[in-house]
Design a protein around this ligand. Structure first.
Ligand code: FE
Length: 285
């Protein structure tokens, strides 16, 4: 069964960190999420004033943050001593778990900075696990070339190529996330199986795309939430299309969010604030 468009969540212009301009679709309001996805930001600018201030040191607890750089160079540093250069085509997958304090600062003062930050919730049983950080360079992300001339980068989960299943570098996460970056030439089609148990959405960042059966034109710069089914079917328009595909198993657990802390109860949020204010993120790992 082909998945049709269920809801469109437009990316709304906002800013975060020390004034980085971005478009937030999922998470723009706290009730607008797609379990287990909490938030999606797209940042895209050629104007350094929109990004140079970066994201100075700030905490997270209770979920995972995923940054995918389409273009640009940022430096990640955290209180555990991890240091990672996030460059064009690279991915940073950070499990905040019980707590991490990190910064993400641009390493450029001109040119384009472009990419996505995604927040994926952790199940209650894993919210207090130790923080972890993984840096994936562009050469470690498999790219499948399609018969129609398009391409698929497999960041998380797997993609069935012509002869074999291609596994992305991120595996073994409880919600089994799929994260693909798909590029299609003009007027070509693309299909991908997404199990019916998973919640799924796409986000078009270049070109035009039609989705589903019958085909419907999908908005750019918006989270296109897909309805029930087990097959994503899309067709690129006259200038081709570039889009990301995200899917994962929902948690069906209560969410209480306070900024960068996402827990299940108000008491756990108060504990997170208290732990952070009393330096227990740093000393209790
Ligand atoms: Fe952060």
């Amino acid at each position: 069964m082909i998945r049709n468009i269920q809801t469109i969540i437009p990316g709304i212009a906002t800013s975060d960190g020390a004034g980085v301009k971005l478009r937030r679709s999922l998470g723009g309001q706290q009730q607008v999420r797609l379990d287990p996805f909490l938030m999606l930001d797209e940042f895209s600018s050629n104007d350094p004033n929109d990004y140079v201030a970066g994201f100075p040191a700030h905490p997270h607890r209770g979920f995972e943050t995923v940054t995918y750089m389409l273009e640009g160079h940022m430096l990640h540093e955290d209180h555990l001593g991890n240091l990672g250069h996030l460059k064009t085509g690279g991915v940073q997958w950070m499990t905040a778990g019980r707590g991490i304090i990190h910064s993400e600062m641009p390493q450029q003062v001109s040119g384009a900075m472009r990419g996505f930050q995604l927040w994926i919730n952790l199940p209650a049983a894993e919210k207090m696990k130790p923080a972890a950080y993984k840096d994936i360079q562009v050469e470690d992300i498999p790219q499948v070339i399609l018969d129609n001339g398009g391409s698929v980068k497999v960041i998380a989960g797997s993609f069935e190529g012509d002869e074999k299943v291609i596994q992305g570098p991120i595996q073994g996460i409880t919600t089994a996330p799929l994260f693909l970056d798909v590029h299609l030439p003009a007027d070509t089609q693309f299909e991908h199986h997404i199990s019916k148990e998973q919640n799924a959405f796409i986000y078009i960042y270049e070109g035009d795309l039609e989705v589903g059966s019958p085909m419907q034109v999908a908005s750019k710069q918006a989270a296109i939430v897909l309805g029930d089914g087990d097959l994503l079917k899309v067709k690129a328009g006259s200038i081709g299309a570039q889009f990301i595909v995200l899917a994962a198993l929902p948690l069906h657990e209560p969410i209480v969010q306070h900024g960068p802390f996402v827990m299940n109860t108000r008491a756990e949020i108060e504990q997170a604030i208290d732990d952070y204010q009393n330096n227990r993120f740093v000393i209790a790992q």
